[in-house]
Design a binder for this molecule. Structure first.
Ligand code: PLP
Length: 503
């Protein structure tokens, strides 16, 4: 639904959620799905005990007049409000996460062209989307942080150079796909990348999954939807306040929009269920309303994050990792709701502390761990007990006696990853090809059927369709031996067997 179609844009309304409540209140006889017999005599007591009667009553199927059927229905109105809140041309409600949105976006880019420039550290769903679309990707490597051993974003300079070289060679890219902010909250220079894309005619997809809240408070970074991107993913369940598995895909008003819009609609039908869950959709509608009108609540969340930062700064053996992140090329800001705490001074690694916190008698759960740090997330309407988190850290990893030094695993240098092997098949061709499992020595010179990424830092070293070189396999096997390291996508921890395309 485009934002220009209907006049009333009161962001305090949640029309879809309100229509569900009105429908429930009509209390009619129900001879339709869902089969858990919501609100009727009988039905499942067990499910009712688990979820609560109200959740069951509001689990209302698709195609109900006034809710999502008929002219001017509530769902269309909710879509219009969501598009308006992000200044988008069109917004899709997704119930299969930003993963679905990435798959949709990759599929839709085929309407512009076949060659796409992809940030190598994109989420796996981008690669899934490339399998679906059949596109030929080329890669932009993100900035790697040798100290914290994590990947950040791409730089605008690298994007400009790659776009210019492809254009000069007569093989311009149809699109560039990037991530901002990163999992660690590092924000890339989206306006500069968007300007470069515009100069070379490429569409820009920004996976803004971790910045669903951006643009909704003066202290937050701006949303990529207002920075020149063509398509933006917002994983609203992350830091936007909706139920798990929900996200928005926004199409912005750019020169590519009229081509991308029908392609995205087709991709939506390809990836979505015909039985969308009303509770998930309503949670998106309510989260959008609260983000758009909830400056005061967001202000409190920002204050909680600021207090946590102050406590960390004052604590012995802890420090904020964020100044280090910001010093890396391409980093222009840090999401205030991601608080990255460098724990090396407590003589423990990030993963070990994260595990210890979760297993403690009074547990605390943090989102991520890097070898050097843990990352605490504050929700957009959250005022969590940040002093309690500091106390939990003190219990799990007390301040050390002066001079006892950082944990050896945290300070071990990260070996440099060799360049990936040549791309001999597209991800789709590799996906469709018959594959087999071979030993590591037999895998040299073969085409990988799997995505392999050494953690840390988690940048894919081999993508399906790429040649496995001796150098790459040695690196993967050596990295797997390091404490705390593993190879995502490998059949076994020691990387003795690899899945390759059959000859
Ligand atoms: C950068 C990025 N994009 C997309 C996704 C997928 O999002 P969802 O879990 O909403 O499917 C993730 C998941 O963590 C992610 O980190």
């Amino acid at each position: 639904m485009t934002r220009h179609q209907q006049p009333p844009l009161d962001q305090s309304a949640a029309p879809y959620a309100e229509a569900l409540i009105a429908h429930r209140d009509r209390d009619g006889l129900r001879f339709m799905i869902p089969g858990h017999a919501t609100g009727q005599a009988g039905g499942s007591d067990r499910l009712r005990d688990f979820l609560g009667a109200r959740a069951l009553e509001l689990d209302i199927p698709q195609l109900v007049e006034g809710i999502d059927l008929g002219a001017g229905n509530a769902f269309d109105h909710a879509r219009e409000l969501a598009a308006a809140a992000w200044d988008a041309r069109t917004t899709w409600f997704l119930t299969n996460g930003a993963s679905q949105g990435n798959r949709m976006a990759m599929q839709a880019l085929a309407a512009i062209g076949d060659r796409v420039l992809v940030q190598r550290s994109c989420h796996s769903s981008v690669y899934d989307g490339l399998v679906m679309s059949g596109a030929t990707p080329e890669y932009l490597f993100p900035e790697s942080d040798p100290d914290h051993k994590i990947a950040h974003g791409i730089t605008a300079e690298a994007a400009e150079q790659a776009l210019a070289e492809a254009a000069a060679a007569g093989t311009p890219y149809a699109a560039l796909v990037m991530v901002s902010p990163s999992y660690f909250g590092v924000v890339a220079d989206v306006p500069a990348v968007a300007a470069a894309c515009r100069r070379y005619g490429a569409a820009l997809v920004v996976d803004g999954s971790w910045g669903a809240h951006f643009g909704f408070h003066a202290e937050l970074p701006e949303s990529p939807t207002r920075q020149g991107a063509d398509i933006v993913l917002s994983s609203i369940h992350k830091l936007g306040g909706s139920l798990t598995q929900t996200a928005f895909l926004h199409l912005c008003e750019t020169p590519h929009a009229s081509v991308l819009e029908p392609a995205l609609e087709a991709a939506y039908r390809l990836t979505e269920s015909t039985s969308l869950n009303s509770l998930l959709l309503a949670s998106l509608d309510i989260a959008r309303s609260e983000l758009a009108t909830g400056q005061a609540a967001m202000g409190e969340a920002l204050e909680a994050a600021a207090l946590l930062r102050r406590l960390v700064t004052d604590a012995s053996g802890l420090r904020l990792a964020e100044p280090d992140f910001l010093a890396r090329p391409g980093a222009v800001a840090i999401d205030p709701l991601h608080v990255s705490i460098d724990v090396r001074g407590r003589g423990i690694t990030g993963p070990a502390l994260k595990t210890a916190l979760s297993r403690a008698e009074e547990p605390a759960f943090v989102e991520i761990a890097a070898p050097t740090a843990i990352v605490a997330l504050i929700g957009p309407r959250g005022t969590p007990d940040v002093a309690g988190l500091l106390a939990a850290i003190d219990r799990a990893a007390p301040p050390q006696a002066a001079g006892s030094g950082p944990a050896p695993a945290a300070s071990a240098p990260l070996p440099a990853a060799p360049p990936p092997g040549a791309q001999l098949l597209t991800p789709r061709e590799a996906y469709l090809a018959p594959s087999e499992s071979v030993s590591a020595s037999e895998a040299v010179g073969r085409i990988s059927a799997a995505m392999l990424a050494a953690y840390p830092p988690g940048i894919p070293n081999a993508v399906p369709g790429e040649l496995l070189t001796a150098e790459l396999l040695a690196y993967l096997r050596d990295t797997a031996k390091l404490p705390g390291s593993y190879i995502r996508g490998a059949a076994d921890h020691a990387v003795t067997q690899l899945r390759v395309v059959r000859r």
